[in-house]
Design a protein around this ligand. Sequence first.
Ligand code: HEM
Length: 144
Amino acid sequence: MLKRLSILAVFSALVLAGCVASPEPAEDDRLYQALGEREGIERIVEDMLIRVTDDVRIAHYFRGIPLGDLRDELADQFCELAGGPCEYTGRDMREAHEDLDLSRADFNALVEHLIAAMERHHVRVPDQNRLLAKLAPMERDMVD
Ligand code: HEM
């Protein structure tokens, strides 16, 4: 009897432990999905960088910058922000942009190209706005 009770106790403890350690609820990755997952995000970022480096207002900032690396960093960052399974490991936004002396107009120009790239890749406007809302607070770290 005692043996049966102790087996029951161990079993209950295991069940309880299982409950406590139950998996986290699934992360909200709807924006990640809406952007076309990692592949879609890479395409959007690449398209944005082509437009940015073709825009006389801001192209000069990107001269001499390894664009393949920048694309990968941006894709990691957007993917993580959108709830995807990525980790951005680059510099924080203040540090990455502090020597560039960016203006609000520069920031807006880049956002303009990001919107055009998302349009081109058929991202719905509410989803575009979701990504933009995550990026907007970064402006204060980049623009003086
Ligand atoms: C929402 C706006 C922006 C976001 C999310 C963003 C994001 C990033 C990221 C993730 C990096 C890589 C940092 C690293 O390698 O550690 C970076 C670097 C860079 N960004 Fe931005 N950026 C933004 C706006 C701008 C604007 C407006 C410009 C210029 C017009 C710009 C120019 C650059 C340049 C030139 C680099 C490379 C700096 C270097 O390697 O020294 N960025 N940005």
